[in-house]
Design a protein around this ligand. Structure first.
Ligand SMILES: [Zn+2]
Ligand SMILES: [Zn+2]
Length: 248
């Protein structure tokens, strides 16, 4: 990976397309240390549900517990996220540029390192959490992926995979119909929108596995929930979510 050819390629790319901090425009990286320090990377665990319009904090020091009693029947076992989406303009900017023009695909490295910092701060950097797990990115439909040229969730999963040393499987869970953004829809339309949108190509490959579903933003949770439903119907052991940011 870090061979001399790659290094010189990177050097040339930097000359041709210098990186600028998305926070302060300083040259050299997409996120300089000063701007990174301004992000409030979460050190706590939260349930899938909300209390008073905010994600409900889990009052446990066991990161293996991902949800409260009321949520025990939900498809997802829990959600790890590093940043609140609304709080900082910079968070929005990082995610926006990761997905839209000029398509800073490379941002995946920076964003993965933010997630890793969250895992460390919230004591989720233990073997029992990551052992025998598989990362699965939330898929895009074919057209969307063609326009963007990549699936941002897959890029994020690939970077996490390198650091956490767990495999990514990105060709099994697929999206078979385009959907509208869930945020734009009324509650009753949301379910219909996602109905039969996801499929597994090879359910046997995942049977008995513990899955981490990766996405850039967790908004209403309905997309991840639908993916989790499809995965669980094929006999996977558990499905947790990982998102860089959570909308609140
Ligand atoms: Zn900066
Ligand atoms: Zn809950």
């Amino acid at each position: 990976m870090d061979n001399p050819t790659n290094k010189s390629k990177e050097f040339l790319l930097d000359l041709l397309f210098p990186k600028f901090c998305l926070g302060c425009q300083k040259e050299g990286t997409y996120l300089c240390d000063d701007c990174r320090a301004l992000l409030e990377i979460s050190e706590y665990s939260y349930c899938l549900c909300e209390a008073n319009g905010k994600p409900k904090r889990l009052l446990t020091d066991q990161p293996q517990i991902g949800k409260c009693n009321q949520c025990r029947n939900k498809e997802l076992s829990g959600l790890y996220f590093a940043l609140p989406y609304k709080e900082k303009q910079l968070t929005k900017k990082l995610i926006y540029q990761f997905k839209y023009q000029p398509y800073l695909k490379d941002l995946a490295k920076t964003l993965a390192s933010i997630l890793i910092e969250h895992f460390v701060l919230s004591k989720k950097n233990t073997n029992d959490i990551w052992e025998n797990r598989v990362l699965i990115p939330v898929p895009l439909d074919k057209n969307k992926q063609k326009i963007r040229g990549y699936n941002q969730s897959e890029e994020l999963a690939k970077e996490l995979s390198v650091i956490l040393q767990i495999p990514v499987i990105s060709n099994n869970l697929i999206k078979v119909k385009p959907t509208k953004p869930q945020m734009e829809l009324k509650k009753e339309e949301r379910e219909k929108n996602l109905e039969n949108a996801f499929q597994l190509k090879n359910p046997e490959e995942l049977s008995g596995k513990k899955i981490f579903l990766v996405d850039d933003v967790y908004t209403t949770g309905s997309t991840m929930n639908e993916c989790a439903k499809v995965l669980r119907s094929s006999g996977v052991k558990s499905v947790w979510g990982i998102a860089l940011a959570r909308e609140e």
